[in-house]
Design a protein around this ligand. Structure first.
Ligand SMILES: Nc1nc2c(c(=O)[nH]1)N[C@@H](CN(C=O)c1ccc(C(=O)N[C@@H](CCC(=O)O)C(=O)O)cc1)CN2
Length: 297
């Protein structure tokens, strides 16, 4: 059996279309344009690419994009002052601070300074708590994108065994909460888990977010399982070139799985599409307008 490839690029195109449709509805019916502010501190090359892409896709969806590029030596006070200004700005419905931050900045302090209603990354402690208690939250973009694709491929997830490999606040933990909310039986594993091949072997759904290239092997996977690979790792090819791979050994896994996301072109494109979706959701909530179907869970 060769797995069906879950094409995240197609999913992202469809989601961005929904976002653009609702944005134009908000403009026409309510004279509101959703606005997203993205803050980048420093010159990390990958972050610069992601931030550029976020700005471009925000504008393409018809929303307002506000970019703030701060030098790597920006102080915590300067960054918090900017966040407070954005919190108070009624044209800004979503605020995002690109991660990772330079080491001298306290990530938790910075994230928790964002107004939770504008926290379109869903990283604020209030949103994490709301999600963990099954209440309406801003849902982190990468897990949200994974869940949207899983629902489409598996239909009902109720009763399925799901293993999330990875325990980060950004992906692993919220992913596990979302799957639990879908009535999956969820196991959170990580790089130190002792019987990982055995656990993965019992899973109908495997979400790999461990941050280690090719960590999960095809022979661990249960035949027919759905595999979602969140990893984005650049590895040396041997000829001086680098190649992007996930946390799953795609070539062996695709021979066993029922469906699998590739890297690149799987989860990654959905992350930015979900960010746009969260911005529209945050905008609607801020005006107590009905939320559009299909932009969140
Ligand atoms: N504040 C945030 N910081 C970071 C997040 C986040 O969600 N919020 N996630 C990542 C980076 N990221 C978005 O910010 C992101 C990563 C990857 C992709 C993507 O489309 N990847 C492509 C491959 C791209 C490449 O060639 O390098 C793919 O997988 O197909 C989009 C967004 C960390 N920081």
């Amino acid at each position: 059996m060769t797995a069906q490839i879950i094409d995240g690029k197609n999913f992202a195109v469809a989601l961005r279309e929904k976002v653009a449709e609702h944005t134009s509805y908000l403009k026409e019916k309510h004279n509101i344009t959703p606005g997203l502010a993205v803050v980048l501190v420093g010159e990390d090359p990958a972050s610069q690419v992601y931030v550029r892409s976020k700005g471009k896709q925000t504008i393409e969806a018809g929303m307002n994009s506000y970019e703030y590029k701060l030098s790597a030596d920006t102080s915590e006070t300067e960054l918090l002052t900017l966040i407070n200004q954005l919190n108070a700005d009624t044209n800004v419905h979503g605020i995002l601070v690109q991660l990772p931050l330079p080491e001298h900045l306290d990530e938790a302090l910075v994230i928790n300074a964002i107004d939770p209603a504008k926290d379109v990354d869903g990283f604020h402690i209030s949103n994490a708590g709301l999600l963990a208690t099954g209440q309406k939250a801003m849902v982190p973009c990468t897990p949200l994108g994974c869940l949207m694709m899983l629902r489409e491929y598996c239909g009902s997830l109720s009763g399925l065994n799901a293993v999330v490999v990875g325990r980060s606040n950004i992906v692993g933990k919220p992913m596990a909460q979302l799957l639990l909310k879908e009535s999956c039986t969820v196991t959170i594993a990580h790089s130190r888990t002792r019987n990982l091949p055995e656990l993965v072997g019992g899973a109908d759904i495997v979400v790999a977010a461990v941050g280690q290239p090719l960590f999960i092997k095809g022979e661990w996977i249960k035949p027919g399982a759905t595999v979602i690979d969140v990893g984005i790792n650049r590895i040396e090819q041997g000829d001086g070139m680098t190649r992007l791979v996930g946390d799953v050994d795609f070539e062996t896994a695709r021979e066993v799985a029922g469906a699998i996301t590739p890297v690149p072109g799987g989860v990654g494109p959905m992350t930015i599409a979900c960010l746009l979706a969260n911005t529209v959701t945050a905008c609607c909530r801020s005006y107590s307008l009905p939320e559009p179907q299909g932009l969140t869970v």
